[in-house]
Design a protein around this ligand. Structure first.
Ligand code: FAD
Length: 446
């Protein structure tokens, strides 16, 4: 009997729930991947993410073929068109089962509901695996049988379901090793290297962004070159050898990723551009395209913000602490709508993931689930002094300031700026902070 696996954001051959199931039950396996560039663009994925998809899909096809399995890589355009392609594939192949890994965002969920209809019509059994996150979001609920809205009780519930011996076993390998030098192999090596060299110092080092103390596996997780299961399994194994606090801290970050996907699933209004807390949709934002442009291009006159934005432009990555700093700067110092920042990040990030990005932006803008309270506003200069004390990150990404001392680099004087050819600050933090407090207060009293 034939089983068709539709790969989407699960572009790997190892630790793959659908593949493991197919192997275990002796199916003849056929794989497919449908390139939906128009849809990706409509969802603001940029060139970097598209390149990753394409390379990973190509490697996946080669892995299948090396294992003697059929694989279909087709250009489909939109989700709507991908359903038509899939329909035709199903008619041609006549599989007994179609297997896929569930996706939790609204458009993806709706697409899969349509796929379920087709399977019903064609008499194909649909197997859906929860492997993009660890637990089916329907299974995590409060005592009152409601979805959680706060991270910590969610995380505790998640752990109560999973942190038992035997629950977090690795999946059996289903296809041969990934191709040498493939993105999947590189991601596995990055994970192993992180565990061996940096996991132990993760809790102390993670916010000091010049040190590269984190795993940098987010782009691999975003398109499923790695699975979250693989991350948890190696972390659990590492608990014997390393600082348990660091290991659990890292696992909690992985659980944040699960939490935001869970929020997209249970509260789909966030996928429609709404604030998680609906009342904040009435906030009035500034409309200033020059400021947005300065922020996007790292020309705000705030060295840490500019370093972060330039790093994003050039590398497609930004460390987490700086994502929070620069997102708060856009929303609380410039008073610009978080959706403009969310969109820009999505277009630039190699790890762009709707749920994590939306969650991070709404957290920073104080409109989201379990968000920073609106009166807690990061001071970008103090954040810089605290988490990049020697200014190394600024020196790397804002070369015109590289000659300044560690003391001056976080906030150069007007004269130093002129001498270095670095812009004056486009807003004044103290004043902007007061305006933001007013903006939120007005909403509360209206
Ligand atoms: P590590 O610290 O090593 O963490 C391991 C993994 O846990 C990450 O790869 C990621 O999958 C997950 N994770 C860590 N922190 C978070 C978090 N706060 N929320 C959700 N998952 C997390 N992450 C994305 O993967 N894609 C995005 O588009 C994205 N946009 C963001 C936007 C904003 C405004 C903010 C504040 C955060 C965003 N994040 C996003 C979360 C986080 O910044 C990145 O996941 C992290 O920087 C990736 O680096 P790492 O792999 O070294 O993380």
């Amino acid at each position: 009997q034939t089983l068709l696996i539709w790969h989407r954001n699960d572009l790997r051959v190892q630790s793959h729930a659908a593949l493991a199931y197919a192997r275990e039950h002796g199916f003849r396996i056929i794989g497919c991947f449908l390139d939906v560039e128009s849809q990706w663009r409509a969802h603001d994925h940029g060139d970097r993410k598209l390149e990753l998809y394409r390379r990973a899909a190509d490697e996946l096809q080669r892995s299948y073929r090396q294992a003697g399995l059929e694989f279909h890589l087709q250009v489909a355009g939109t989700y709507e068109q991908s359903i038509e392609h899939l329909h035709r594939l199903i008619e041609r192949i006549q599989p007994a089962e179609l297997a896929l890994h569930a996706e939790y965002e609204l458009n993806e969920y709706q697409r899969d509901c349509q796929v379920a209809d087709i399977c019903r019509q064609r008499g194909v059994r649909l197997r859906i695996f929860h492997d993009q996150i660890m637990i089916n979001p329907e299974k995590i609920r409060t005592k009152a049988d409601q979805p959680f809205k706060v991270y910590t009780p969610f995380m505790k519930c998640w752990r109560s379901l999973l942190d038992h011996p035997g629950q977090l076993a690795p999946l059996p390998d289903s296809l041969p090793e990934p191709l040498p030098d493939s993105l999947e192999r590189q991601a596995q090596m990055r994970l192993q290297q992180f565990v061996a060299e940096r996991l132990d110092g993760y809790s102390q080092g993670r916010d000091f962004y010049a040190r590269s103390a984190t795993a940098e596996v987010s782009s691999a997780l975003a398109i499923g070159l790695l699975s979250t299961r693989q991350c948890h399994v190696v972390a659990m194994a590492a608990r014997h050898d390393y600082n348990t606090e660091a290991v659990e801290k890292w696992r909690n970050e992985l659980i944040w990723r699960e939490f935001y996907k869970y929020i997209s699933y249970h509260f789909p209004h966030v996928c429609r551009g709404n604030s998680f807390r609906r009342e904040y949709d009435a906030l009035s934002w500034n409309d200033n395209s020059d400021w947005l442009d300065a922020w996007q291009n790292g020309q705000t006159g705030y060295p840490a913000v500019d370093a972060a934005q330039r790093c994003l432009l050039v590398s497609g990555f930004m460390p987490n602490r700086l994502r929070m700093v620069t997102a708060m700067f856009l929303t609380k110092d410039l008073g610009l709508d978080w959706r403009a920042g969310e969109r820009w990040f999505m277009q630039q990030l190699a790890d762009g993931d709707f749920s994590a990005n939306n969650g991070g932006w709404q957290w920073s803008a104080s409109t989201g689930v379990d968000a920073a309270p609106y009166f807690r506003i990061f001071n970008p200069v103090e954040q810089s002094k605290k988490f990049d004390p020697d200014g190394d990150f600024i020196r790397l990404w804002v070369p015109e300031l590289s000659g300044l001392s560690g003391r001056d680099i976080h906030w150069p004087s007007a004269l130093q700026r002129t001498q270095c050819g670095y812009p004056q600050a486009i807003v004044e933090h103290k004043q902007a902070r007061l305006e933001t407090l007013e903006r939120f207060k007005r909403l509360k009293t209206s």
